[in-house]
Design a protein around this ligand. Structure first.
Ligand code: BF8
Length: 672
């Protein structure tokens, strides 16, 4: 092991830091080796109390202006103001929507890169990307305003797939900057929801414009009305969920394949001491797809054997993990907070990173081991000399991937003696999506959401929860995710999960059909057993939260549960959120009609009026609203109480006979 430069100021208590046996073991291992991790830094550095409450304004050089709440709360008029006169509500709303801008930008730029590569693939300008799922392309083309048939001599024929791909690609790329009109994907939402958005004036025009406008409005001395600021925040968040993210998911599926259920493992124990271990970490699957193909090639497997290994073990961290898991069964090695620990195993021969959620400290940790840390994205470099930058380019994607895999193989022989891979890993079934839920719950013959709706109406399934998002070193790693999910499924609420929450669920064995008998209430257990699905369905990465929006829309369309997403017995949760992307996701869920509960804290406590706007008034506008509850059991029961309230409003609060709508009813609601 190379000389350790970092000195651990205060050591984290491993048992208090995480519920995972693997994580606890590796925290102790890191401390034994003198390698500092995020868990130790979280003990040393405390968050700023004013910043946490959202009431520090640093948008001009007269500040930062800090507006702490008076000790005895606000009595009478709130007279707090910054140098320019900005109130706590204005400052808090500005900070909040700047987080939305950051999150929407990250998701949407990912989507843009996918769309650009998709168009190049459609035009035949790149060799390594193809249209892998023409069925999905035909299915989505109409949403992009692209015809899938042509009429020739009075005969209607299927349009050439490449022609469709080019047309979809051109329209998709234009969504980021078209001068007029509004985003095409908005039309995929239930009509009543589209009507609400129109009434509130929040239909996104193009993706980039909504993000730029947030930066303008929050510049010193522009928008000073917290409601008007939030209007723009909502519009930008919709440009993320129903725009950049949705396009990203669509086109990734078309290029790389639409996920379908598959078996895999999860946790740090997926690394192998006799294999070349390569970890892909970050978000965009453009490169990781190529690395999967390279690592599976016989030529490189043989090369790894020549170098003394038994083969190549690919694994993932963060949402790249979810992307390659969903489509190839590549196991996730861990969540966001386990990224340093993967290197500390001493068995990671290369960690390949692109964008988002990548600790700068990885370079310091990699210095202590033999791991080659490789950055690949032009917008995300590290300044440290031990970090290799191999800039990925879609025009020579496979060449880049082969080069990277070879570097990892060549590095295998440099492993030190300090290898310690935790034994822990779990099995999981991942790879769910709108299409596979349809297939599994409706069957290949009916192929629809009727069965799911039927089971919600008859009460076997009490409701649907989306549990998503990050880890946060300020909370006990994975504890909130797992306790909330277990409490929900115990109460017959089926869980759809993405992001690091999904990785956590997989690591804790909740994504298997067998877990239903152990953890679920009798109704959900019966459904899972009959249909053969896990009670926790892994829907992919954070960009794939768009799949949850579309699944909810399919449930509305199937009928019997109201006319809009806000009518459904459903709720959302981000128990351990930390990223700006989570705030953007939260807001587009709220604006799509979902009661959305965050754990840890919300950065709005310092502006009670603005907080009330998010937590209460927003429901009158969109049918969804924010809430926050750090206690996992109370958190789950807030969601369950909301689900029960919706069941009561729908008149299905007591088990009753099937009351599904027929085609005429659905047409009357404008859903066909
Ligand atoms: O986009 S859940 S920690 S990895 S931000 Fe990051 Fe949060 Fe994980 Fe994926 Ni999402």
């Amino acid at each position: 092991m190379a000389e350790v430069k970092a000195k651990i100021v205060k050591q984290a208590n491993a048992a208090e830091a995480s519920i995972d046996a693997s994580t606890q073991e590796m925290i102790l291992r890191a401390q034994q080796l003198g390698v500092e991790t995020v868990f130790d830094r979280a003990v040393t550095m405390k968050p700023c109390a004013i910043g946490m409450q959202g009431i520090c304004c640093k948008n001009c050089a007269m500040g930062p202006c800090r507006l702490p709440l008076p000790k005895d709360g606000i009595q009478g008029e709130d007279t707090r103001k910054g140098l320019c006169g900005a109130t706590a509500n204005t400052i808090c709303a500005r900070n909040f929507i700047r987080m939305i801008a950051g999150g929407a930008a990250a998701h949407s730029d990912h989507g843009r890169n996918v769309a650009i590569t998709f168009l190049a693939a459609a035009k035949g300008e790149v060799d390594d990307y193809k249209i892998k799922d023409p069925i999905k392309l035909r299915a989505i083309a109409p949403y992009y305003g692209v015809a899938t048939t042509v009429e020739e001599d009075g005969v209607v024929k299927d349009r050439d797939i490449q022609e469709i791909a080019i047309a979809v690609g051109e329209i998709a790329v234009a969504e980021w900057g078209k001068p007029t009109g509004s985003l095409h994907m908005i039309k995929r939402a239930p009509q009543p929801l589209q009507d609400k958005w129109a009434e509130q004036g929040v239909i996104p025009r193009n993706v980039d414009r909504e993000i730029v406008e947030i930066m303008h409005r929050t510049h010193m001395g522009v928008d000073q009305d917290y409601k008007n600021l939030m209007k723009q925040g909502t519009r930008a968040s919709l440009a993320d969920g129903w725009g950049g993210s949705m396009i990203g998911t669509d086109l990734q599926d078309v290029m790389f394949g639409t996920p379908s259920p598959l078996q895999a493992e999860a946790d740090l124990g997926v690394l192998k001491d006799d294999h070349v271990n390569i970890i892909v970490h970050g978000h965009e699957p453009l490169l990781s797809e190529m690395i999967v193909a390279a690592a599976q090639s016989q030529e490189l497997i043989d090369y790894s054997k020549e170098k003394g290994a038994k083969g190549i073990q690919l694994a993932g961290i963060c949402c790249t993990a979810n992307e390659v898991l969903q489509r190839h069964g590549v196991p996730p090695a861990g969540t966001f907070l386990q990224q340093e620990l993967a290197i500390i195993t001493g068995a990671c021969d290369a960690m390949v990173v692109d964008v988002q959620c990548i600790f700068q400290n990885l370079a310091n940790v990699a210095k202590c081991f033999h791991t080659k840390l490789i950055t690949t994205h032009p917008i995300a470099k590290m300044e440290q000399p031990n970090v290799l930058h191999i800039e990925f380019d879609e025009h020579h994607a496979m060449e880049d991937a082969i080069r990277i895999v070879k570097i990892a193989i060549d590095n295998y022989e440099n492993r030190g003696s300090e290898v310690m891979i935790p034994r822990h890993k779990s099995s999981q079934i991942a790879g769910f999506g709108v299409e596979s839920i349809q297939y599994h719950l409706g069957g290949s013959f009916r192929g629809d959401y009727f069965t799911l709706n039927d089971n919600i109406i008859n009460g076997r399934i009490r409701g649907i929860a989306g549990v998503v998002g990050c880890n946060n070193a300020r909370t006990k790693h994975n504890d909130e995710h797992i306790r909330i999910i277990k409490e929900l499924i115990k109460n017959d609420v089926i869980v759809l999960t993405t992001g690091c929450s999904a990785i956590a669920a997989g690591m804790h064995g909740l994504c298997t059909p067998e877990s239903a008998a152990v953890h679920c209430g009798p109704g959900l257990a019966e459904v899972c057993e009959t249909v053969g699905i896990p009670p926790v369905l892994h829907l992919g990465s954070c960009v794939d939260n768009s799949r949850i929006l579309l699944a909810a829309t399919e449930v509305v369309k199937a009928g019997g549960l109201g006319n809009d997403i806000c009518d459904l017995p459903a709720a959302g949760s981000a128990p351990e959120w930390m990223s700006e992307k989570a705030i953007s996701i939260g807001q587009y869920f709220v604006a799509s009609g979902v009661y959305t509960v965050f754990g840890y804290h919300m950065p709005v406590e310092g502006a009670p009026v603005f907080k009330d706007y998010l937590y209460n008034e927003m429901e009158n506008m969109y049918g969804g609203k924010w809430d926050c509850e750090p206690d996992p059991i109370k958190h789950a029961h807030l969601m369950i109480a909301h689900i029960d309230k919706k069941r009561k409003e729908l008149g299905i609060d007591t088990a009753r006979d099937r009351v599904l709508m027929d085609m005429a009813d659905r047409q009357a609601l404008g859903m066909e």
